[in-house]
Write a protein that binds this ligand. Structure first.
Ligand SMILES: Nc1nc2c(ncn2[C@@H]2O[C@H](COP(=O)(O)OP(=O)(O)OP(=O)(O)O)[C@@H](O)[C@H]2O)c(=O)[nH]1
Ligand SMILES: [Mg+2]
Length: 287
């Protein structure tokens, strides 16, 4: 998130950092800086108006504390005592679903967990191959059917394998889709229903992957996917790139959905549990 920080640093000139109080113009400047960093107008306004009320704190710490409240609800991963933990990964095309699944598989394998992954992106032939490379690297198991197979059927098989084989974790990779495509969104709802038939209570988590550089469209994405597929958490990727990072704050604030992990690169190690305090420090310069 180095870029976010630099962006905001340029927008919030040095004078601001240590100041005990800001003028109205300086608050306005800060508000603009948050909008420029993709926080969205509503969130930027709320951030500034809440921070202004905290007169017992200088502006910067006040902004940080409001941010932290907006980002609250960080939870540890929950693995139900009755195995397996079932995680459905969803999101718009190219946001990083398959990569994130590979990274999570590698992380959980490293903790000694047994992981099986369903290739329910049967839309593109290459998708299954891409996933199998990640799966192989991580030492997880793959459940696949042919190109064009019913994604819900692949998900069903994968849960079956996870239960029968006593796996700790089942992850279902899905094809990217735009939230405005009714047919594909219905298909996703069906995948979710079938998972629940295969194992009542599942999926335990539905993580939506959002590209950190998406800007305003991220809001429409989360709104629609949550309604159709019941998003329970977010993964924000590509925060190593040009992303301004504010989208993290905006999505947490608007939807009260926890950001679970962030993607900061293309390799297996480039996944981090989301840390609100570290994020607030990155987004705001400290002097
Ligand atoms: N820099 C960077 N690139 C990433 C990150 N996560 C994913 N990518 C890249 O983004 C591209 C798309 O990633 P995928 O994992 O294939 O995305 P997807 O959501 O599965 O895509 P579809 O299945 O086509 O919808 C790849 O080139 C990844 O290497 C990240 O955190 N940082
Ligand atoms: Mg994919």
């Amino acid at each position: 998130m180095a870029r976010s920080r630099e962006g905001l640093r340029n927008l919030l000139p040095q004078r601001a950092a240590a100041a005990e109080a800001w003028s109205e113009a300086q608050w306005e400047e800060a508000e603009e800086a948050f909008i420029m960093a993709d926080c969205g107008t509503e969130t930027a306004l709320r951030l500034v108006s809440e921070a202004k009320k905290r007169r017992h704190q200088p502006p910067l710490p006040a902004l940080k504390s409001v941010m932290l409240e907006m980002l609250a609800r960080k939870e540890a991963d929950y693995f139900p005592p009755d195995k397996p933990f079932v995680l459905l990964m969803i999101g718009v095309n190219g946001t990083g679903k398959t990569t994130t699944i590979g990274k999570l598989a590698s992380m959980w394998r490293g903790e000694g967990k047994r992981v099986v992954i369903g290739a329910a992106d049967t839309f593109r032939a290459a998708a299954i191959e891409q996933l199998s490379v990640w799966v192989e690297r991580s030492g997880a198991e793959l459940v696949r059917q042919g190109h064009g197979a019913d994604p819900a059927a692949v998900a069903f098989d994968t849960i079956g394998r996870g239960v029968a084989g006593g796996f700790d974790v089942v992850m279902i990779d899905t094809a990217g889709r735009v939230q405005t495509d009714k047919g594909l969104m219905e298909e996703l709802a069906k995948v979710r229903r079938v998972i629940n038939k295969a194992l009542p209570g599942a999926p335990h988590e539905v993580w939506q992957v959002v590209d950190g550089g998406t800007g305003q469209n991220a809001v429409a994405q989360v709104e629609k996917f949550r309604a159709v597929a019941g998003t329970t958490g977010l993964v924000v990727t590509k925060l190593d790139g040009t992303a301004k990072g504010g989208v993290v704050l905006q999505l947490s604030d608007r939807f009260r959905l926890p950001v679970r992990y962030i993607g900061v690169g293309e390799t297996l190690e480039d996944l981090m549990p989301f840390d609100g305090a570290a994020f607030a420090d990155t987004l705001l310069p400290d002097g």
